[in-house]
Ligand binder design. Structure first.
Ligand code: FES
Length: 82
């Protein structure tokens, strides 16, 4: 289903971009601007924003996971200063 008619962005495009961003960086805050950028596009009229946001938020990977949910290999190393 087309979500953004100005840029021909589908719900599938948004879900794929959210999944890709979460897999790339577990701590990133995902915004519509980042999704447009990831898709190589720019928002125009903004009329799609309510549906765009709902589509983003419906993705199970949208939320930044709690620390105890991030696999050990993806956690940043914290080095204590002496
Ligand atoms: S419909 Fe998405 S920017 Fe216009």
């Amino acid at each position: 289903m087309i979500i953004c008619h100005c840029q021909s962005i589908t719900d599938h495009d948004i879900r794929a971009a959210v999944d890709w961003m979460r897999a790339s960086d577990a701590d990133t805050v995902i915004t519509p601007g980042k999704i447009y950028h990831a898709l190589g596009k720019r928002a125009d009229c903004g009329g799609c924003m309510p549906l765009f946001l709902n589509t983003m938020r419906a993705n199970e990977n949208f939320q930044v996971p709690r620390r105890d949910e991030v696999p050990m290999l993806r956690r940043p190393r914290i080095i204590a200063a002496e």
